[in-house]
Structure formats: structure tokens, C-alpha cells
Ligand binder design. Sequence first.
Ligand SMILES: CC1=C(CCC(=O)O)c2cc3nc(cc4[nH]c(cc5[nH]c(cc1n2)c(C)c5CCC(=O)O)c(CCC(=O)O)c4C)C(CCC(=O)O)=C3C
Ligand SMILES: [Fe+2]
Length: 340
Amino acid sequence: MADALLWLSFGGPESPADVRPFLENVTRGRGVPPERLDEVEAHYQHFGGVSPINRLNREAIEAVREELERQGVDLPIYFGNRNWHPMVEDTVAQMQADGVRSALVFPTSAYGGYSACRQYDEDILRARAAVPDAPDFLKLRHYFDHPLFVAAAADAVREAAIPGSRLVFTAHSVPDSADFAAGPPEEGGRRYSRQVAEAARLVAAEVGAAEYDVVWQSRSGPPRIPWLEPDIVDHLEALHDNGVRAVVVCPIGFVSDHLEVVWDLDTEAADKAKELGMDFARAATPGTDPRFAELVVELVREHLADAPARKLSEFTLAGCTRNGDPCAVGCCEPAKRPGA
Ligand SMILES: CC1=C(CCC(=O)O)c2cc3nc(cc4[nH]c(cc5[nH]c(cc1n2)c(C)c5CCC(=O)O)c(CCC(=O)O)c4C)C(CCC(=O)O)=C3C
Ligand SMILES: [Fe+2]
């Protein structure tokens, strides 16, 4: 049973004056050096202080609304973010005022791990704590291995095709310690990086790429703290040294063309490729593919109609929890952050 769907995302600035307060919300207590913030602020200001992420979320929500209607499912959608307006606390207050008692939550991250999963659980906890008599929330599961997610990413890779190119998957880097702590210890932790690698494997198999790489991007934090490597830009140099002259980059870690994609890949990585004389193409993200809206509706129907969970990997089904509970006790503990 559910009376509404909460679309829960990261948030991004929509004017130059929003940028600094947005960045402060993102990095509060996280030990990100001020130099890094200045650098990232410049990336946002390069695009007029506007991240595409809110617009892309609104468009995706509209597509899901139409798909729900097409399938005869009557479920209003609300939009709330962790770091910028509409803030999830305000959205949950609105849901409560509208009489919503029980809602499903679609997070705009397909993966597990602290930043990609548990932090969205914390957002739900925080919003519920801020709103008296708040609705009940059930977060939908990880969907990195859903056939519709894999198919959309695979078609995007096919469309970006450059003959003779190397296929390179990329996702947001996280501190190595956070990755290690993510997921049940009996499964060896590293839920985030293993799910990213699995999604890459599924997409590569779908497009028939025998060889490919999984690399990371957008690292932050002090340089002395290890994050997942190699970085995409360094990796381009390594590929070039090995004679590779063309790459297709698939941002498998992201559902939409937000700032990390349009800056870190389309600008920074593309510039590096140009400098090295390599052909470079970036595959589209799945968020605007009609199958993405179908995927969201299918995840909703797993609950409303008790439909089977379609998935292509053998990985444990996870991410689906009530009222901000973690996937399991101790799952995806936030990493200790020196300087935080
Ligand atoms: C795993 C992961 C995802 C994927 C899962 C998901 O999609 O949720 C993701 C998505 C995103 N990350 C985003 C933006 C930022 N991430 C930052 C910082 C960080 N990200 C981290 C991880 C992730 N991030 C981490 C470990 C940090 C260090 C600080 C901390 O420990 O929390 C910073 C601070 C500046 C900097 O240091 O880069 C910014 C501005 C945007 C919005 C872009 C836009 O505005 O369009 C999106 C979608
Ligand atoms: Fe988790």
C-alpha cells in the first residue's frame, strides 16, 4: 500500500548565488578542503551557477507520471533533495499536509554504499524527524542490475560507438574506507564498487565488448586519504601509453547528465583525450531513456502488485528499507572522516 512516491535526489544549484550554500550543505562535516570547494564552485559558475540536475529530475518525474498513468497506476509523485531546494524536509512536510500516510521512495542512485544508498536513508530519517506525524516511507531497492537499466545503458554505449575504441565505465569515486565498509561483511564489503563493476560487466556483455575498464571520477577530500582509483583522467594517459587511440566513456555510476558528467567527463576528460590525440565519445546517461520511466514504475509495482523483482545479477537484493533503516545492522557505515 502506498499513497505517493517520493523522488529523492542529490539536488543542485539553480542560480549563481545558490552555489556556495549548496556546496556547504554537501560538504558540512566531511573534511573537504576549502581549495577543493573553490575549484568545484568554479565548475558550477562556468555553467552560470546552474546544475542541470533539478531540471533533469523534473523531466524524469514527468515521464514517470505519464508512464504511471499509461499503466493505470494512481500515485502522485513528490520531489525532494538532500542538498538543495526542494529540500526533502519541506517535501515531506507537504506530503504530510496533503494527507499522505505511506509512501514509496525512489532514490536517483542505482547502487549501495554510504554515499549512494545509506545517505539517502539518513535523508529520510532526518526529514521524518523534522515533520510531526510524518508518513511512513519504504525505499525502493538498488537497480544497477535491473534489465531495463542495463538495456538503456547498453543502447547508449552502442550509440556512442567509435570503431576500434576502448570501452571505459566510470562512477563517482568514494573513500576506499567507505567502500570497504559498505555492505554485509560476510559478502566482503565493497558493495558499491562491486555493484558498479557488475553493472559494467552486464552492459559490456550486452554490447559484446570483450575488453573494458572500470574507473572512477570526481574524487574529493584531502589527497592523503585513499579513494577508489584509477581516476578517469589518469586512466586516459595510461590507455594512450598502451596504444589506445579512441575511447567510449559510459558514466554507469550516474542516472543523469548532472554537473559531474558535463564537467568532469565532457570537459575535463574530453580535454585530456584531445590533448592526447584520442577520439572521445561519452555515452548518454539512462535518465532520459523511456525505459528509465518504465523501470521506476516496475520497481513501484514490485510493491503494489507484489510483482517479482527482475534482476540480472546474483547479487543480494538490497536497498529496500523502511523509514530510513540501513540495509542491515552495520551496513554501509559512514566512513570515519579525518578532519570532519
Ligand atoms: C557515490 C556518489 C555519487 C553517486 C550516487 C548519487 O547519485 O547519489 C555522487 C553523486 C553526486 N555528487 C554530486 C555533487 C557533489 N558531490 C560532492 C562530494 C562527494 N560525492 C561523493 C560521492 C558520490 N556523489 C563523495 C564521497 C563526496 C565527498 C564528500 C562526502 O563525503 O559527501 C560534492 C562536493 C564538492 C566535491 O568535493 O566535489 C559535490 C558538489 C552530485 C550533484 C551534481 C550536480 O550538482 O549536478 C551528484 C548527483
Ligand atoms: Fe546500504
